[in-house]
Design a protein around this ligand. Structure first.
Ligand SMILES: Nc1nc2c(c(=O)[nH]1)N[C@H]1C(S)=C(S)[C@@H](COP(=O)(O)O)O[C@H]1N2
Ligand SMILES: [Mo]
Length: 512
């Protein structure tokens, strides 16, 4: 187990220096993420939220630890078998890395792990025969010693005394491996190398309308989500850190003039700035996977005109630097005049790594998995007949407009209404259709109209509040929204799969 821990640590260290996605541990985790059936993934995300990734990595490590223990036991009797088994585990890591990240440099980390694991186990199981003080040339391996012991009576089968008394070398080697394991574990916290982000963001040619002061309703979440709090959902086990010096965006497919833009080229195009709410299809009723930012980027209209998209195209198939992630976005919403864009900044800062630096898609009105590709590398205009995307292959909806959804932000479930401020408040969204009404029902009574915060546009969520002066005791509150087309949020509860959860958010609260 020490050999395995040290070997993994060595691999992590090398990966931290060369390329994070070449970590064998992370690669095995990523292969499991991609291979896991959709229901398993949904249970994991629901039960663990964003802790799903650390839990997955820890699980892979624990399973590996069990394999290592088993191989360690086997090594007492069948040393070569144990060494072969160790090499095989190392190969699994190597293959996992290569299926995810095929560049030659990425073999170094898993190869390091393999060599350290086999080497360390071989060294630990080398048996000293002779007397104490025998020179190292007189050493034999366990293979040469142990066969004679195979048929020995059980009591005599335990390790010879020399084996049980660790040599100074073994102690030093063990300490070295433990050190590697600790360093490798800590390497995720190493300061990341600088990436030479081009200093200043361009100013927008078409700035966003300011958010009206009355849009923020006290008691609801911050109207503009700070970047650090913006929700995060993706399949990446390690956040890609893209070097903009080498980054390119390819725009091709069924177009007249395919185009390759580097970061400076992209920033030189006319920029629009818009406040847009983004929502995830995996958000449960009342859940947190929805946020709002002021985005800066290049309109899809501009890009479509630059390359000359041909008739017959019905989707934009986007590719990401995040391994095998791809996404199908219907061509309609990209070209119908709404503010779909390739965004480079949110809330006045370059995109944070977790939100897709250096460039990502943002399309008002569509759930993120069909519209919001992060770490964008290629836009391929094509047809649904031609190409199918990551989540499509996993049976999620092909096209997925954001549903009309609403949430009670305060009081929190099971909390007590503040005696000096008896207000229920929350947020509702139906991006690109807008919210025209929000209604609240207390204890199965009448639906009461909530007071709406000022609108910041149909692509942005809307906040609401309702004063409640009811009697002391335990109460139930439910909320439902009506979108800009007059359609009422449906009551029936559905799962998030395959196109988003419906149903009304309900909480219990108390009045003192
Ligand atoms: N490369 C990549 N882009 C991605 C994803 C992903 O897994 N990989 N997830 C999508 C999903 S499901 C959503 S809801 C949004 C979330 O964006 P955020 O993490 O910035 O909130 O990103 C989308 N873009
Ligand atoms: Mo999502």
């Amino acid at each position: 187990m020490l050999s395995a821990a040290g070997a993994l640590g060595a691999g992590q260290l090398v990966a931290a220096v060369l390329s994070p996605e070449s970590s064998p541990l992370v690669a095995v985790g990523s292969v499991l993420v991609d291979g896991a059936p959709t229901p398993v993934k949904m249970v994991a995300v629901r039960a663990l939220g964003t802790a799903d990734k650390p839990v997955l990595i820890a699980t892979v490590a624990v399973v590996l630890g069990l394999f290592a223990a088993l191989l360690g036991l086997i090594a007492w009797r069948r040393r070569k078998l144990a060494l072969a088994g160790t090499a095989l585990l190392g190969l699994v890591g190597l293959v996992a890395v290569l299926t995810r990240a095929g560049e030659p440099v990425n073999v170094v980390a898993p190869l390091t792990t393999l060599v350290v694991a086999v080497g360390a186990l071989a060294a630990f199981t080398r048996v000293r025969t002779g007397q104490p003080g025998t020179s190292s040339t007189a050493r034999e391996t366990a293979d040469q010693v142990l066969p004679t012991r195979r048929h020995a009576p059980l009591a005599a089968r335990s390790a010879p005394a020399e084996l049980r008394r660790p040599s100074r070398r073994a102690v030093l080697g063990g300490a070295g491996l433990a050190g590697l394991a600790v360093l490798g574990g800590a390497s995720g916290k190493f300061p990341a190398p600088a990436r030479g982000i081009s200093a200043t963001l361009p100013s927008p040619k078409f700035p966003a309308a300011p958010v009206p002061a009355g849009a923020q309703v006290p008691g609801a979440v911050p109207f503009i989500t700070p970047n650090a709090d913006f929700y995060r959902v993706d399949i990446a086990l390690i956040t890609p850190r893209v070097d903009v010096e080498n980054w390119q965006l390819v725009i091709d497919g069924a177009v007249d003039k395919p185009l390759t833009l580097d970061y400076a080229d992209l920033l030189a195009l006319p920029m629009i700035e818009r406040t847009i709410t983004m929502a995830c299809v995996s958000n449960e009723v009342g859940g947190p996977y929805v946020s709002t930012a002021r985005w800066l980027g290049v309109s899809f209209r501009t890009l479509i005109d630059l390359v000359g998209v041909r008739p017959g195209v019905d989707q934009c198939f986007s590719h990401s630097l995040d391994g095998g992630y791809t996404c199908s976005t219907p061509y309609g919403p990209l070209s119908d005049g709404r503010d779909a864009m390739v965004a480079v900044a949110m809330n006045g800062e370059p995109l944070p790594d977790k939100n897709g630096f250096p460039a990502r898609m943002v399309v008002p009105g569509l759930f993120g998995f069909v519209s919001a590709t992060k770490w964008l590398s290629r836009l391929e205009f094509t047809t649904y007949a031609e190409k199918s995307a990551y989540w499509t292959d996993r049976e999620w909806a092909t096209d997925a407009p954001v549903l009309t959804q609403s949430r009670i932000d305060s009081p929190a479930s099971l909390d007590t209404l503040a005696p000096d401020n008896k207000v229920i408040a929350g947020t509702a969204w139906a991006t690109h259709r807008g919210i025209s009404r929000v209604e609240v029902r207390i204890d199965d009574g009448q639906w009461l109209p909530a007071i709406l915060g000022e609108s910041a546009g149909e692509d942005v969520w809307r906040q609401w509040s309702l004063r409640y002066d009811g009697p002391p005791g335990r109460h139930t509150a439910e909320v439902r929204a009506v979108d800009g087309d007059g359609d009422v949020q449906p009551e029936r509860r559905t799962t998030v799969f395959p196109s988003g959860a419906t149903g009304w958010h309900t909480i219990q609260f108390s009045v003192d």
